[in-house]
Design a protein around this ligand. Structure first.
Ligand code: IMP
Length: 223
């Protein structure tokens, strides 16, 4: 299954991103972005398919969907909507889904600090015996996810799976991904991406498309 996603949702280095002028972008970000890598509509279409795969594969029992804030909130919300639609329309079966939220911090500017702080983690004892789906925005070095998976083990969930909208190929890893989740939206090039809740120092979450930040944008919003 992982191989299938890897092949089908790969945004290769030769992928031609879209010119900004092809799409509506908030005026306040016009000079801060290079290109649109994944337009909002394509994001939605991909999430629809991920929801179907999750519904078919995890449909045997109740599920706890764990949103990694803040970057994962849009993906989480759209994924939950699409799973709910399947719950209402499939007739034969539906998955009871409870939701929970966690907040981690690992980045300053565009660099991983190597340290991961769990900022919010209440109610995690409720994960005991549950099938858990972690919903994350992007996996880069994979350190955040590995640390989170380790941390969650102490709460004794029945199973844990990961859905990440984006997974980055790393140049320092021979152009390969460092960690492949069970559900991957798009495999993306090693660039710093913003939009659809992904931020650069808290900016760009209010942008619908996934875009490549420009040098000017980095300079403007660098701390
Ligand atoms: P990792 O531990 O290196 O896998 O980093 C994962 C976390 O880093 C994500 O949850 C994001 O918060 C952040 N991150 C990594 N790459 C990007 C990016 O291109 N844009 C925005 N945030 C990123």
């Amino acid at each position: 299954m992982v191989t299938f996603f890897f092949l089908s949702s790969q945004i290769g280095d030769k992928w031609q991103p879209f010119d900004l002028s092809c799409f509506c972008v908030p005026k306040h970000y016009e000079n801060d972005l290079e290109q649109v890598l994944i337009p909002h509509g394509i994001i939605q279409d991909r999430i629809e398919r991920l929801a179907r795969d999750i519904f078919q594969e995890l449909g045997q029992g109740p599920l706890t969907a764990l949103c990694v804030l803040k970057g994962g909130y849009k993906f989480f919300s759209d994924l939950m909507d699409k799973i709910n639609q399947l719950n209402c329309n499939q007739g034969q079966k539906s998955i009871p889904v409870s939701i929970d939220f966690i907040r981690l911090k690992s980045y300053e500017n565009d660099q991983s600090s190597g340290l991961i702080k769990i900022v919010g983690s209440d109610n995690l004892s409720s994960l005991k015996g549950r099938n858990v789906l972690i919903v994350e925005d992007i996996i880069d070095t994979g350190r955040t996810m590995k640390k989170l998976l380790n941390t969650l083990q102490q709460y004794e969930p029945k199973s844990v799976r990961v859905a990440s909208l984006l997974v980055k190929r790393r140049e320092d890893n021979n152009g390969d991904v460092c960690y492949m989740p069970e559900y991957a939206g798009f495999i993306v090039p090693d660039k710093f991406l913003v939009g659809y809740a992904l931020d650069f120092n808290e900016y760009f979450r209010d942008l619908n498309h996934i875009c490549v930040i420009s040098q000017a944008g980095m300079k403007k919003y660098r701390k």
